[in-house]
Write a protein that binds this ligand. Sequence first.
Ligand code: ADP
Ligand code: ZN
Length: 427
Amino acid sequence: MDHQEIYFNQDLETMSQDEIISRQNEKLKEKVRYVVANNAYMRELYAKAGVDANDFRGIEDLDKLPILAKANFRETYPLGLCCVPKSEIREMHMSSGSTGTPVVMPYTVADLDQWAECMARCLRMSGAQPGDPMQIMPSFGLFNGGFGMYHGARKAGLFVIPTGSGNTERQIRLARDFNTRVFGAVISYTGRLIEVMEKMNVELPSLRIGIFGAESVTHAMMEKISARLGIEVYNIYGMTETGGVGTLGMDCQDHSGIHVWEDHYYLEVVDPVTKKLLPDGEVGELVVTSLTREALPVIRFKTGDLTRIVSREKCACGRTHVKIDHISGRTDDMLIIKGVNFFPAQVEQALLEIPGVHSEYQIIMEEKDGVNDIRVLVEAEEGVTGYTVEKRLKERLGFSPKGEVLPIGTLPRVDGKAVRVVRKKLD
Ligand code: ADP
Ligand code: ZN
């Protein structure tokens, strides 16, 4: 086999943790001064919290800085958190609205390059090589998925096939005709791809790599997709507030956690309620600081995403950047039924253990007179019964939602992020 490039930026991806921490400290000090100097809202926020940017000493003082939330974006919509004049902005993206808050992210030329660099590192980490055809299937638009993969694929020298979302039959025909080697997609879209491939009776033997993200996914689902498509599946992570898909990172070929690009981002995992820093290994809410962004560097942004630090040791892949666990859910996704807390991912995990169950499911939360009731709708092959589903959910979740089995193809298919939880109010 030809020589394979496994790093996009070997020096930076493999530098020692000491070197990483020393850079992070420098950049943190610099960014705190920068936002205070260039943004009136941040200046006031820090003044109110008694923070003097000139005295700020880096990581050791981080907990003195107020935490930013989506509410700060809402209050300052559209560009009140931006640190550069509008004439310096070259592109913008906006969150897909899962939580209903408009989050606008402006990019300077340098920010677009930073995004492309982070994304290109992810692509190379998956084994994608210059010239490899990559089909980019998230939408191109305000959602950051399509353009983020595009900027990164360009930088990594791939052959870009920018199909965008939808038109699944055409996606499959193009993948066959151009021997697509890499698929980039919102993870739940893979269910649709597989269904349509089966209907068309097409296999894709050139396909090797799936770069999937944007939603919580269980290991069971990743394995299922990987086995069915015969490809290596990667979990890519990013969000509008950090600059989009791939900015935070992805898992490597060792699949032992998501490497986060620590020369660009500083991470804290905190208790979701008290916001106190948690020890490595404990699950909490991820708080992120952008160290290198120009137009809108977030400082201590609470993501709502739940994860834990898996390792800070050098990885089998040679990279030294911290590894975090797959995102198990969002703080605002947590469901409470009869005093039991759980996340949609736990339902997914339980469902996928049942033979014959497909990847499409929906959790219907019905509220009547202040009492929540829950039904789980799932597509499955003949022979799987509501009773089987209820029994498994009871074993795994500790209570028994009503299970309803539907024929394959009944639940709505969406082009973007899947709608797993539907809340209804009954009167
Ligand atoms: P929205 O908040 O409207 O969904 P974004 O498009 O910015 O807007 O989505 C970012 C969010 O998507 C993250 O905060 C996280 O909750 C989720 N997300 C993105 N990638 C992943 C991933 N690989 N695993 C789990 N969740 C993810
Ligand atoms: Zn690794």
